[in-house]
Design a protein around this ligand. Structure first.
Ligand SMILES: Nc1ncnc2c1ncn2[C@@H]1O[C@H](COP(=O)(O)OP(=O)(O)O)[C@@H](O)[C@H]1O
Ligand SMILES: [Mg+2]
Length: 248
């Protein structure tokens, strides 16, 4: 069986004015089916760029990416993926229910199925009371919860979340963590980015650590931490890498 996600020697740069900013440097990663993979790195490391490449919102300079063995971008490949952006955007004038109806219909789901699925998902996200309210009036936390419902509406096998816990209060973060654990039990593959180390620790089988576009570690969380604290190990690795870069 092909891996859920395969990233092979991806390079990605952005031109800003006359300077070229190398956002990803020869990134390769394999995420197996059923794994919860935490993509960890400081701000500007290249996490969101990787995720946008996986969703085919951006194109790489070189390298290839596959989802369940299919080259991304082909054959309605997004139907297999649930995506939560770091900054979910919606149509302000639609209600929560209408938003999910739109997303579900775009994924090819029937209205009858959606009439059952939407109230269930809104209840799970603690949004039942807001089901018929306009999304324009939602708080950041409510938008994040709706974003999670939006990612799950079509019951995809692979979930890609960009900083799913950022900007949430403790209740919201707890809810998202619970949902990730539930999805894991269902055998889904989850790839999520974070710079919040405690969240990674509670959820992941494997982690990747990225810094300045380079993968510094890829493996089991336990092997990385050893007997230390995740935060100490993480900071030490980033600092060591920066020192090595300066001395070259
Ligand atoms: N659209 C863009 N244009 C120019 N530079 C970008 C763009 N998107 C990201 N970058 C740059 O690429 C690098 C990685 O950014 P990003 O993937 O957003 O990091 P992270 O999500 O890990 O915080 C940063 O240096 C960022 O400034
Ligand atoms: Mg980001």
């Amino acid at each position: 069986m092909p891996p859920a996600i395969q990233i092979d020697q991806i390079n990605k740069s952005f031109l800003s004015g006359r300077t070229t900013n190398y956002a990803l440097n020869n990134l390769s990663l394999i995420i197996q089916k059923g794994e919860v993979f935490g993509f960890l790195g400081p701000n500007g490391a290249g996490k969101s760029t990787t995720i946008k490449l996986l969703l085919h919102f951006l194109r790489p300079d070189s390298g290839t990416m596959q989802i369940m063995g299919n080259t991304i971008g082909r054959d309605e490949f997004r139907h297999q993926i649930g995506y939560l952006s770091e900054f979910p955007c919606f149509y302000d004038h639609l209600s929560a229910t209408e938003t999910l109806m739109l997303a579900g219909r775009l994924s090819g789901m029937s209205k009858n199925t959606l009439h059952i699925r939407i109230p269930e998902l809104l209840a799970r996200m603690g949004l039942s009371d807001a089901a018929n309210r306009r999304v324009g009036g939602f708080s950041k936390g409510m938008k994040q919860r709706l974003g999670m419902a939006n990612a799950l509406i079509h019951n995809p096998q692979i979930l890609i979340f960009d900083e799913p816990m950022s900007g949430l209060d403790p209740i919201g973060r707890h809810l998202i963590k619970d949902i990730i654990l539930e999805l894991k039990k269902l055998g889904k593959t989850i790839f999520f980015s974070s710079h919040i180390l405690s969240d990674i620790q509670a959820l992941c089988d494997r982690i990747g650590i990225i810094h300045k576009g380079k993968l510094l570690y890829d493996g089991k969380l336990a092997d990385f931490i050893q007997n230390d604290h995740l935060e100490d190990r993480f900071v030490a690795m980033i600092e060591e890498n920066d020192r090595a870069a300066i001395s070259h």
